[in-house]
Design a binder for this molecule. Sequence first.
Ligand code: FAD
Length: 585
Amino acid sequence: MSTTYETDVLIVGSGPAGSSAAALLSSYGIRNMMVSRFGWLADTPRAHITNQRTMEVLRDLGLEAEAVSVSSGQNLMANNVFCYSLAGEEFGRILSWGNHPLRKADYELASPTAICDIPQTYMEPILFQAASRRGTKVRMNAEFIGLVQDENGVTATIRDRLNDQTFTVRAKYLIGADGARSNVAEVIGLTMEGRTGLSASSNVIFEADLSRYVQHRPSVLYWVLQPGSNIGGIGAGVLRMVRPWHEWQAIWGVDLDKAETGITVAEAEVALRKLIGDDDIPLRVKSTAVWTVNNMYASNYAVGRVFCMGDAVHKHPPLNGLGSNTCIQDAFNLCWKLAAVLKGQAGVALLDTYSTERQPVGKQIVTRANKSIEDYPPIFEAVGLLASADADEANRHIAARKAPTPEGKARRKKLYATIERKNYEFNTHGVELGQRYTGSAAVVSDGTPEPAYTRDPELYFHPTTWPGARLPHVWVEHRAKRVSTLDLCGHGRFTLLTGIGGEGWIAAAQAAGKTFGIEINALTIGPSGCDALDIYSDWYRASEIEEDGCILVRPDHHVAWRAPAASTTSTADLEAVLQTILART
Ligand SMILES: Cc1cc2nc3c(=O)[nH]c(=O)nc-3n(C[C@H](O)[C@H](O)[C@H](O)COP(=O)(O)OP(=O)(O)OC[C@H]3O[C@@H](n4cnc5c(N)ncnc54)[C@H](O)[C@@H]3O)c2cc1C
């Protein structure tokens, strides 16, 4: 007879999605178990661009400093470089990830955290270890085989790959964080839209000291445009910095059938020499793999007691660097809701809002990443790469773009414009940070219309306290420390923010907390005498309410509801809001 383990939440997968869900649930005091098919964490450094929203989740978990300590900072991500090869001619660069002077302020004003580069091989252990330290029970070499669910829970069958025996886990809820080939999503029959396996790319990890070619133009991505580099894969060759400047990942398009067979070290070395353009640089290939370009998202994220997150529900190429970021943010959305339901504070309908809120985000990032691929051919055309299938002819055409001719002039103009368009891949601050949850039962409207975007919504983040948006960050002073408004919130609790004259809301928060059996962290922000000091009066400008109004913030930093001013029925108002959000029957 097989052993049965019991837990509250079973998490399948220990990647960015699974490990962050485990770390969050354990931090919220929820019993959970995580199983993973392999005996190791990420063995290649796939994800790396780590955006501010993800850093905010890590900050909430108390892991920001550890993450920063293994990161390459924003300054090292300054450029995206387009070149014939690393040693060859450069076609142009674009200041990226908030490094343009005009964009620096946008990024700095938006968040207490900084975007940075953390290879997946460094990120996963941080999340995984935090989860284990905080109570997650982990079984590695344990493969999810199937599940049945009933009205009280889920029974999952797991195969122990060390002895080929199966065991079962009885859980109240199950999270499928088992990646792009998710077995859990398949077993529960999630509907997927789009296609996978559109093309294939090699992923070669290698060591080489490339400092002489990169130090003067620091970047995490060097895009190689030369005959052959635009075939297959993501349509360009890429050298990606893993560790400055001696460990690298190379991406080069390969035939789709290589997704099954893989590539040899010899094949990898041929591609590397083309990308680097210097045959004398010593290099050592550490590993080779092949991955496919996907364009697919799930139409819904859950069936009954089973929830899927991460690549299981959004599969897309790495352009824009949104994959692992979105995995971690999916977990931040679901885990406080699971905790509230498991603690008996909320009704199960709260869990439906996970799919309502996160599915549009998944669809958006899959679409964005695939659109970013489409922005490359116009650059190739302007460079001259597409002029001929013959490499020598194409090379002549590439050189002709510098000619003092009307045609050369037109091509240069086009090149500058097409490179500038890559802001939609390398500076999409709005996509990275600007999610607003609309149409969700876990957000209560204050009756005001959604604020219009005054700048491009993909490129620019628009802070607002409109219900459903993430709480704006400003610096305030709390207990003689400079903290972010986001630091005052989160940590698994609801927070109510008010100001001078908001005593009624503070009392309402205390009363509602008792009624619903939840902790509501209520505090005033304003001049001295308030709990947090609005020293720069930035909160006054950002809050969009009167000082005696209030903003109710969910544990994931999103605004649940706001009241423009004091109310004579503050307790009833707040309790009605919580009744709706917590789906109490
Ligand atoms: C070249 C490249 C570059 C990228 N760059 C970025 C970037 O800059 N920024 C970014 O945010 N993202 C990036 N990504 C995407 C990122 O790597 C993925 O989005 C992320 O790894 C997905 O995380 P996940 O936890 O959903 O799944 P995975 O990381 O795939 O983890 C799946 C987990 O499930 C386990 N598992 C699978 N099947 C089973 C089973 N049956 N039973 C038990 N366990 C199972 C696996 O062992 C693993 O632990 C990049 C990807 C690639 C290929």
